[in-house]
Design a protein around this ligand. Structure first.
Ligand SMILES: [Zn+2]
Ligand SMILES: [Zn+2]
Length: 352
């Protein structure tokens, strides 16, 4: 059997670093991309391994052992860096899978400390919208071009720096935090909520089931005349409120936070606080304001399910309807009423 190649010099992973971020750093030190280096490490017969990405939550240990061997690191040390190992009580859909937001002040701290910039593990938590170290909102848009943030890491003066893939602006040296006192106050308030939600997610099942139910209900489509607008449209109390395009993918989803930008996730936490007070989750008796909203949720299968976590039946049906509702929420919106075109006909079929 072929002996896997070794890399003469490889950076060590930082304590709070995402595994995928460490792989990018190792590869960048060889002027390569993580995937290219994976193909090289896996050798001629290992093209499959190269096609697989290392998963930050629960990676394939075979792949991880290849990297560990090449970099002379104990594979167990890498396993402890996985999100599944760092957050053992956290369900998988509470880790973000789409774009991961970043804190530019954290990147500035990397520059100040004279180390590579790297992605923090806690940026992938679904409730994380404020950096706990810098108390500023995370970014999911590039501050220079305002496009949806996709990073590429490149060497600059011997250290790795984050760049916007679209406009090539470097994401450091922007001064980090915000100057706007209102913004800073909002971030500080949300930071408290996010801490509390984090505790609920890894805490006892009762409050966690109620939390999921609260969030799913807020993002469920309205039952009538607003159908593909979410229930939280009523919270705004503005007739004709349109669900903005960037939030539409979350409507009717079983894990809405996965599909929302930082701002909309923050707002969801704020609304939970507004409706349920310090508890943040619906209790046995709903406050009047919450009752008005929750009555209007279209009967989505996973709403019934999140009320009763023991009911594991009908998973297939749930996934199938989730797909349908998602397709529906992608449809064009009528410019006058904010509703998706043709939704009535479509919704007829998913109603019991
Ligand atoms: Zn930060
Ligand atoms: Zn940009």
């Amino acid at each position: 059997m072929m002996v896997p190649p070794r890399l003469p010099v490889a950076p060590r992973p930082y304590q709070d670093e995402l595994l995928s971020s460490w792989l990018v750093r190792v590869a960048a030190h060889y002027g390569s991309e993580a995937l290219e280096l994976m193909v090289y490490l896996a050798g001629q017969g290992g093209r499959d391994a190269g096609a697989r990405q290392v998963d930050d939550v629960a990676p394939d240990m075979g792949l991880l052992r290849l990297w560990a061997k090449a970099c002379r690191i104990d594979p167990e040390r890498l396993r402890r860096r996985t999100l599944a190992s760092r957050y053992p009580d956290r369900p998988r859909d509470w880790f973000l899978t789409e774009t991961v937001p970043v804190c530019s002040a954290c990147f500035d701290a990397d520059v100040a400390a004279g180390r590579d910039a790297y992605l923090r593990g806690n940026w992938r938590l679904a409730e994380q919208v404020v950096c706990p170290a810098h108390r500023t909102m995370l970014l999911n848009r590039c501050p220079a071009c305002r496009g949806r943030l996709r990073l590429s890491f490149r060497m600059l003066n011997g250290l790795l720096r984050p760049f916007c893939r679209k406009c090539d602006a470097v994401l450091t040296g922007g001064g980090g935090g915000t100057e706007d006192p209102l913004e800073a106050e909002f971030a500080a308030g949300v930071l408290e909520l996010q801490r509390q939600i984090g505790g609920i997610v890894s805490g006892s099942p009762g409050p966690f089931v109620r939390l999921n139910h609260g969030i799913r209900t807020l993002w469920a489509p309205l039952d009538r005349d607003g159908a593909a607008r979410p229930v939280l449209a009523l919270w705004f109390d503005e007739p004709g409120w349109n669900c903005p395009y960037e939030a539409r993918a979350a409507v009717g989803r079983p894990a809405p936070l996965q599909h929302l930008s930082v701002r909309w996730r923050a707002l969801t936490l704020v609304i939970l606080h507004g409706l349920f007070g310090a508890e943040l989750v619906p209790g046995a008796v709903l406050p009047e304001a919450a009752l008005v909203l929750f009555r209007r949720a279209a009967p989505m299968p996973w709403l019934a399910q999140s009320r009763d976590a023991r009911n594991r039946k009908g998973k297939r049906t749930i996934e199938a309807s989730a797909e349908r509702v998602h397709r529906l929420s992608k449809r064009p919106v009528h410019r006058l009423n904010g509703n998706f075109l043709d939704e009535r006909g479509d919704f007829g079929r998913i109603h019991p």
